[in-house]
Design a protein around this ligand. Structure first.
Ligand SMILES: Cc1cc2nc3c(=O)[nH]c(=O)nc-3n(C[C@H](O)[C@H](O)[C@H](O)COP(=O)(O)OP(=O)(O)OC[C@H]3O[C@@H](n4cnc5c(N)ncnc54)[C@H](O)[C@@H]3O)c2cc1C
Length: 445
């Protein structure tokens, strides 16, 4: 009897040799292979929610042609004006969703969400992607800070901070990484010292996405240097317009400003803004990072259909090498879809995203690496152009350059491999002699 993997290989080889159309391979993967052992059809609950989401979206936005290249939007700004225009557009859409109760379907009902499970919330997100709406510029607030405040915040903090996140009245950023603390986040050196009922914060953060237009930030600061590094960190909610905060935007190679350096000089923050217990900031950070990883891969930069349309428009899809690269990319899109189900199913069972979210994140990284290279390869010599000179106004050059964001943000590929090596494969852990030593005695970067 022929095994499933042999059959898959035969079909893929057939596709590469142009014996089957790519659509036939798609039918094999989506219809045949994937139903073995698991039912991916909508449950009655999912079907009804999908219909409700679709009818609201149809009444409020223009459907996208998922195969059309002119409908592909990169949501990337090259100038400050474009950045602000995208932000305005995103605010209007977020407010509109908030009025209809779609702003954060995964939040509990009492906080303005719909109390949907991650799988059901994913149904709305998947439908939303099929419409011409703004990019997700509020993922830190809605996807990360909000759920962390819901889990760790006091009632007063929840009353104060959650509602304005839903309506995009307040934009949030994540003040974690520092020049000497990225992968080794627990090595952070920004200090908060108690003075009466205020924290006084000094230090520097870097790579802070959206800090230049944020109203609030989730800050990690060292509040005790006499205990090992993971234990002396406290999480504080900080008003970004507070005196003593200087934000310096970092301009990227494509002209966009996404990140910032944030300097904190004697910034005073009320103790009431401490999120979680003093010294328990590492646990709060883990909650926020788990939400960050779970959200990566939820939305795509582009679809396989758009790559296929590009290939058909500017390249030769009967060329076996082109077909081989397309099939490779198609397979990765499918892997991502099924890993997404797995992560959301784990969350559905109340499990925090574990090593499977590291696998998912690696698949996302590899997909956009392979996909970004393919996009420009398909354009041939024109792939070397950029901006208005490039085909399709340089959209694919933008997407090519976007591939490094998921490979670094939310934990680099190498760190995800460490996690998989240690927690999935049971390989010996890295030697971490600094885990038991007081932070004060560690060599500082
Ligand atoms: C798109 C994007 C958005 C971001 N947004 C934010 C944000 O809003 N807020 C925020 O706080 N941060 C943000 N970051 C920063 C991000 O979290 C860090 O860049 C990331 O954690 C890596 O840290 P680093 O840049 O200091 O690199 P380093 O930690 O210095 O790593 C340098 C290299 O060494 C490798 N390396 C390090 N340690 C190990 C190890 N133990 N084993 C194997 N290899 C290792 C890394 O993989 C990497 O290749 C963002 C980054 C990106 C790309």
């Amino acid at each position: 009897m022929i095994s499933l993997s042999t059959l898959s290989s035969l079909v893929l080889i057939g596709a590469v040799r142009a014996e089957y159309k790519l659509e036939q391979v798609a039918v094999f993967w989506a219809g045949g292979h994937t139903r073995i052992g698991m039912d991916f059809e909508d449950s009655p609950e999912e079907r009804s929610l999908r219909a409700e989401a679709r009818s609201w979206l149809e009444a409020n936005a223009k459907p996208l042609d998922v195969e059309s290249l002119s409908d592909l939007r990169t949501h990337r700004a090259h100038t400050e004006e474009q950045d602000l225009a995208l932000l305005d557009e995103a605010r209007v859409w977020q407010r509109h969703k908030a009025e209809a109760g779609w702003a954060a379907p995964h939040w509990p009902i009492e906080h303005g969400g719909r109390g949907l499970s991650p799988l059901l919330a994913g149904v709305f997100a998947a439908e939303e992607q099929k419409f011409d709406v703004s990019g997700n510029m509020f993922s830190v607030g809605v996807g990360m800070a909000g759920p962390t405040i819901i889990e760790w915040g006091t009632e007063t903090q929840q009353d104060q901070f959650l509602a304005p996140i839903l309506t995009a009245e307040h934009i949030w950023c994540q003040l974690f990484s520092e020049p000497g603390a990225g992968s080794d986040l627990a090595g952070l050196a920004t200090k908060a010292v108690l003075d009466g009922d205020e924290w006084v914060v000094n230090g520097q953060k870097v790579w802070t996405s959206a800090a230049h237009y944020s109203d609030y930030g989730v800050l990690l600061a060292r509040t005790d240097a006499d205990v090992p590094k993971h234990r002396g960190i406290t999480c504080i909610l900080i008003e970004m317009h507070s005196p003593g905060i200087e934000i310096r935007p970092l301009r990227q190679i494509d002209g966009a400003i996404h990140f910032n350096e944030v300097f904190l000089d004697d910034v005073r923050i009320p103790v009431a803004n401490t999120l979680g217990p003093v010294g328990a900031g590492w646990g709060v950070a883990m909650t926020m990072l788990a939400h960050e990883r779970a959200s990566i891969g939820g939305g795509g930069m582009y679809s396989f259909d758009q790559v296929l349309t590009l290939a058909r428009t500017v390249s030769d899809t009967s060329d076996p090498l082109v077909r081989q690269r397309l099939v490779d990319l198609y397979t990765r899109f499918e892997m991502l879809r099924f890993l997404g189900y797995r992560v959301r199913t784990a969350a559905e069972r109340g499990e925090l995203p574990g090593p499977e979210s590291s696998v998912l994140k690696l698949v996302v990284s590899a997909l956009y690496e392979v996909g970004g290279d393919l996009l420009l390869a398909l354009e041939g010599a024109a792939g070397m152009l950029n901006g208005a000179d490039a085909p399709f106004g340089g959209k694919f050059q933008d997407l090519f350059m976007g591939q490094w964001a998921p490979r670094i943000g939310g934990g680099t590929d190498q760190i995800q491999r460490n996690i998989i090596g240690e927690r999935v494969l049971g390989l010996p852990g890295e030697i971490r002699s600094d885990k038991t030593v007081p932070f004060r005695e560690l060599p500082q970067a």
